[in-house]
Ligand binder design. Sequence first.
Ligand code: ACO
Length: 333
Amino acid sequence: MYKSRISGLGHFLPPSSVSNQDLCMLMDTSDEWIQERTGIKSRRWVDSNNITSSSQMGYQASLKAIENSGINKSDIDHILFATISPDHYFPGNGVLVQDLLGLDTIGATDIRNACSGFIYALSVANAYVQTGQYENILVIGSELQSPVLDKTTNGRDLSVIFGDGAGAAIISRSNNTSEIFSTHLHSEGKNALELSMKGPSAIHWVDKLERNQISPENFAPQMNGTLVFKNAIVRFEQVINEALNKNKMSSRDIGCLIPHQANLRISQFVQKKLGLRDNQVFNNIQKYGNTTGASIPIALSEAVEQGHVKRGDIVCLAAFGAGFTWGSALLRY
Ligand code: ACO
């Protein structure tokens, strides 16, 4: 069996930054409320002058990841694209990036596990490389969320949280100096609708909305915030410990924990429960908001760019989100 590693990373954020003050013009909210509850100061939202899509943002992040990995794009054997905000109902975004990159007819898989999507995709990539089926896999997490948010006071509990952006990683056969040790995936479908957007879907179709057969709330994200918070802090801790136990490590061994950027309060809670120092945890939700499946690759790419994560460091990635799904990955970067 082979081992895999992250050979390159890249991220892309739309240029337009939207501050909490900007949101006060759209809805009844305040900078104090948003910062106190979520830690967010601003987020990136695409604007009408810079229209883009999750596939385009994923493509931009991929170009940087390919460059940083040192491989040629023609060396990529497969694409895994994690998103819950794809360009189309079908086909998925993976094939769009395959075309944008001008790659040969390699396979492309889409994964729609929301905030856990990147960890799920990383886990699949790791398994593909371990079996020897592929040597270099492009893994993308990209989300264009701002257009579907309800930016009125009615939707303020969610719309202040989410942002747009993309991150990408090249997963390659390991050179033994860095490697992915293990990945751990979980789900609990009984909570599926506690964090969801029901339509448009085959059973919540747009013409039913037009005929007043479906309430408009079904076409915007809905969240039971308290339940999400309570589950997130438990599952994050469990799945991080699962990864540490599997590899006979303790929280002291973690060089950098990159949690899904759900909410700064959740990250701080998890940090405290695991007894981690501030310099062992990387957060950037303050600047970018919650970018769902893109948050981990954006944060990891930025942490490497800023020198918080260096080659040889032990890195733990962990996510929790809609499904509920949650997961972790422990690796030597
Ligand atoms: N601005 C001002 N007031 C607001 C806003 C807002 N943006 N949103 C809600 N409120 C109001 C509510 O209407 C409510 O008013 P009321 O008391 O008059 O009814 C009041 O603030 C408190 O609302 P709560 O929902 O009880 O606020 P809470 O303190 O629970 O914070 C939050 C809400 C931040 C969503 C919280 O539940 C939370 O942290 N949940 C964790 C979930 C999370 O962060 N999810 C991230 C996305 S999912 C993921 O990535 C896993």
